[in-house]
Design a binder for this molecule. Sequence first.
Ligand SMILES: [Zn+2]
Length: 168
Amino acid sequence: MEAKKSIYIIDINDITSKNDSLNYTIDKEFFSSFENDEVLDANCDVKILIEKSNNSTKFDLTIEGTLSVQCDRCLEEVIFPIDFYTVIYVKSTSEIEENTWNDNGEDEILWVNPNNATIDFKQYIYDSLMLSLPMQRTHGNENIGEQECNSDILKLITFVEEKEEEEE
Ligand SMILES: [Zn+2]
């Protein structure tokens, strides 16, 4: 086990100033560390603005950039823009043992025990990015502009499918 503390795990007790910020760059390696080979390439900037008040710590999180995955149709790489924004409030209470997520409809609230007042942004960023990918991962998706399927491969797929039908 590596003793070095992850840069993504933030201890609320360590935040001493009222306003602070965090920046991360998400690349392919980030996804490899989750053993995710679905994401072929990644280039995202994460900006987190921190605002500490008496009863909570507010994290203003923005993720912008691109993720590349395999096109469901032509199997070539397709690049999706990522534009994710959320606000997380971390509040502490000794009434709970384990960190608990709560959703009030608009903002997300993470309740933490004062003795273990940490938030792991690695898992959070990973989940947010995976959820940002559309269900239909194909070229021609309305969110991605001018990218188109590889027409040679499409022709080939259609040819093989027709051939299979003939043989049936
Ligand atoms: Zn395609």
